[in-house]
Design a protein around this ligand. Structure first.
Ligand SMILES: Nc1ncnc2c1ncn2[C@@H]1O[C@H](COP(=O)(O)OP(=O)(O)OP(=O)(O)O)[C@@H](O)[C@H]1O
Ligand SMILES: [Mg+2]
Length: 484
């Protein structure tokens, strides 16, 4: 359909079929709305809010790349903002930020992310929190995250968006304090979005991008011997014990914390030694943790030799590739773990986060994997529990793609020369770091469960994560510890 795009006058229906040539994506035709939604991650409704650009800008948008359009947006002094679209906390507006969009990701609601025009008319992304959060995952986390973004720019240059401002809002009267930072807006597509929303996504292209991401992370972050330190922890306080296993136990305890209305359900789930999933019995999580205690000797063998610089939250949704740039040069890393600058981390933790993100995407982003609450059956007498892991057949393509890639990941990593080489330089063979990565994967799956009780009060999402964590940890004990 050929339309001379004078955007102000065309209807939603026409917009959705209007074809655009967007050079940035291999000249594949896209509709105007698709371009807006995909590159700027706007919903159709949100995109329409921005469409009352003067006609000539609409015309230019139709002819030029989306990158160019982002620049046009950056140069505009104001975006249309009606009362209805006034998003985000009042304090940001009072300070002169205009917020046309809130990014909805799966993350916790303690920290919120907005697209904003800052007081200097720069298109920016604002990360905001007005809560201390659980285990300081609100304001304190964000404060550290901002400082680390700045520090990591030293190592990673333009691969990390520049932080424009860090703003502390002091508590006044009964108003809460808040912290936010703003950074430059980059039009990128995350690896997770690529897999979920690009109908032409292939495993080959995915691994090409991951290869680029890892090459750059190795070269610029991991392979910085000056920053390496020994974990220097032994016995009860070994690194794996404190950073992995103790955290695992804390997360498990949270699920049965009486402040949650689903505490009783999780208490009965946790009580059993065996959890039967889709008719097959598996060793239940608390029992698995006991087994890890019993086999401490084996666990001690996978202790990291050295800690260094890592992303800290390096999952597929936190790595992007800039639209319109060659993949080799387009990596963008963001959402770094909020830890103190001096903190050094286990590189295997990044790898484990990566592994975790495949199942995470299927649960949180697409709801393609679920354990419905009514499927939980508890036999009070025999203390046996069973649950059913269901998949959404209409999303079978996405499920197959994610699971297939997750299965190929280990082989890919073991053959990734720069990664293998840097870890060898740190004194480790792939066997040990891959083992910790698997432990991270199981730990992350469980770790996210308590957070999901707020979004899904039925407890179904939390239980889905519990079940997946059980499956992955069973695999860990079988393959790494050699029991079960
Ligand atoms: N500099 C940026 N430029 C453009 N978009 C960005 C930028 N930073 C963040 N975003 C968008 O905002 C989303 C959320 O950002 P971020 O990952 O930092 O927050 P989060 O809430 O911690 O997310 P999650 O917990 O899911 O990892 C990103 O997925 C991305 O789409
Ligand atoms: Mg993120």
């Amino acid at each position: 359909m050929e339309i001379e795009p004078t955007v102000n006058q065309i209807s939603m229906d026409e917009l959705s079929v209007l074809e655009l040539k967007v050079p940035a994506v291999d000249n594949k035709p896209m509709t105007y709305l698709e371009a807006l939604s995909s590159f700027l991650k706007f919903s159709d409704e949100e995109a329409l809010l921005l469409i009352n650009l003067p006609g000539h800008l609409g015309n230019r948008l139709a002819r030029e790349s989306v990158r160019e359009w982002v620049q046009l947006l950056q140069n505009r002094s104001s975006l249309p903002t009606t009362e209805a679209s006034r998003l985000g906390p009042d304090i940001l507006w009072q300070l002169g930020y205009k917020i046309p969009k809130s990014f909805k990701t799966s993350g916790s609601t303690t920290i919120r992310t907005f697209l904003a025009i800052d007081p200097h008319d720069r298109l920016s992304v604002v990360k905001y929190s007005d809560q201390e959060g659980f285990e300081e995952n609100g304001i304190p986390w964000l404060r550290k995250e901002a400082a680390r973004m700045e520090e990591y720019r030293f190592y990673l240059g333009h691969h990390v968006p520049a932080v424009f401002d860090r703003v502390e809002v002091a508590a006044q009267d009964d108003r809460d304090s808040a912290f936010f930072y703003s950074m430059e807006y980059r039009p990128f597509e995350t690896l997770s979005e690529y897999l979920l929303y690009d109908p032409a996504a292939t495993g080959q292209e995915f691994f090409r991008r991951l290869d680029v991401a890892l090459n750059q992370q190795v070269e610029m972050l991991y392979d910085q011997p000056d920053t390496w330190i020994s974990p220097n922890q032994q016995g009860e306080n070994s690194y794996v014990q404190t950073f992995y296993l103790d955290k695992f136990k804390q997360r498990l305890a949270l699920l049965t914390d009486p402040i949650n209305h689903t505490a009783a359900m999780f208490a009965s789930l946790i009580h059993a030694d065996t959890l039967t999933i889709n008719g097959i019995p598996y060793t239940n999580l608390p029992r698995l943790l006991e087994l890890l205690d019993i086999h401490k000797d084996r666990i001690n063998q996978i202790e990291p030799k050295l800690l260094g610089l890592a992303h800290g939250d390096g999952h597929l949704g936190n790595m992007g590739f800039e639209i319109g740039k060659p993949i080799e040069n387009g990596l963008v890393l963001f959402d770094l773990r909020g830890v103190d600058l001096s903190t050094r981390m286990d590189i295997a933790y990044d790898i484990g986060k990566l592994a975790f993100s495949f199942l995470h995407a299927l649960v949180d982003r697409t709801h393609a994997l679920t354990v419905p609450v009514p499927s939980l059956e508890v036999n009070e007498e025999t203390k046996e529990v069973s649950a059913r892991l269901e998949f959404d057949a209409s999303q079978i393509d996405k499920i197959i793609l994610h699971i297939a890639l997750r299965n190929q990941l280990e082989g890919f990593l073991q053959n990734h020369q720069p990664l293998v080489a840097v870890l060898r330089k740190m004194g480790e063979e792939s066997e040990t770091w891959l083992a910790r990565a698997k432990l991270t994967e199981a730990m992350q799956l469980l770790g996210i469960a308590p957070d999901r009780l707020e979004d899904d009060p039925s407890g179904g999402t939390a239980m889905t994560y519990y079940v997946l964590s059980t499956l992955v940890l069973n695999g860990f004990l079988r393959s790494v510890v050699g029991v079960l």
